[in-house]
Design a protein around this ligand. Structure first.
Ligand SMILES: [Zn+2]
Length: 277
């Protein structure tokens, strides 16, 4: 994967260098598969596992980027967004002249699937609440709820390092159907019947629920812009996150796009622009 600067208002575009530079735009409407990760498809060209990179991009305030890939899948790295954050910060981020545009939620939108719920509500900033419901002796030992207001919380320090996780026995099943073939304790937190298997333990006490927040941020960034909203998820995963994004796109009265210049941000405007970094 190679990241290259893109022009103002260009958005995030994936380019498959192994397929003559075929482009796949980061759009919620291009999602074709949400089994275990989020996959995009445009004119038959796919890009898989986009959510952790996109989460890092929202977290760092990157609106425009070309992401070149020499294969179908974004590298999984350590299963979190931290390696992307570190690499991008090591080269620096260029500020462009265009004003930053945000999707402002004007009324509540909710989608459900069984007991799972995902909601966006109006909020003058960006806040996430997530409830992780899983009855398992290991999950039961750690926090299952997180409320993060990014006016006070740092995406980089408090969210980006949260890794993917799963039960070792589910992983064995996934491998049997040719999924997660590259997954290991190098890029996920593995859980057996009684404990976290990784020697180093967890990076945050609430790493599981924070990874769900990290995923939701990445999935929602397929809307193309950061949001002024409160997101609430209960057992919501890639499928429901994308349903929420698509539902929002259909309800045009539920949101608008506003631009906020730096001056407004600095002068204590009523819009608390989330400086997520
Ligand atoms: Zn994830």
């Amino acid at each position: 994967m190679t990241l290259r600067p893109a022009k103002e208002n260009a958005g995030i575009t994936f380019v498959r260098t192994d397929l003559h530079g075929a482009k796949v735009h980061a759009r919620a409407g291009s999602v074709c598969d949400t089994t275990l990760s989020t996959t995009l498809s445009e004119n038959g060209v796919k890009v898989a596992t986009v959510e952790h990179l996109l989460s890092a991009l929202w977290g760092l305030g990157i609106d425009n980027l070309i992401v070149e890939l020499s294969g179908e899948e974004v590298p999984i790295m350590d299963g979190s967004a931290a390696p992307f954050v570190d690499l991008i910060r090591s080269v620096g981020i260029a500020e462009q002249k265009a004003l930053r545009a945000f999707i402002r939620i004007k009324r509540e939108i909710e989608v459900r699937q069984g007991d799972a719920v995902a909601t966006l509500k109006p909020y003058a900033g960006f806040k996430t609440r997530y409830t992780f419901v899983a009855d398992h002796p290991v999950y039961n030992r750690y926090p299952k709820e997180a409320e993060l207001d990014f006016a006070d919380v740092s995406y980089v320090n408090d969210v980006s390092k949260a890794r993917s996780f799963g039960l070792i026995r589910d992983l064995a099943q996934a491998r049997a159907i040719n999924r997660c073939l590259g997954s290991s304790l190098e890029n996920a937190v593995g859980i057996d019947d009684v404990k976290v298997v990784n020697e180093e333990g967890l990076r945050y006490e609430d790493e599981f629920v924070k990874h769900k927040v990290l995923d939701a941020i990445g999935d929602l960034y397929l809307l193309g812009r950061p949001m002024l909203a409160e997101f609430y998820g209960c057992m919501s995963g890639h499928t429901l996150n994308n349903k929420l994004a698509q539902a929002l796109l259909r309800c045009q009265d539920a949101w608008d796009v506003i631009t906020v210049d730096h001056g407004a941000e600095m002068s204590g405007s009523p819009v608390r622009v989330p400086s997520i970094v």
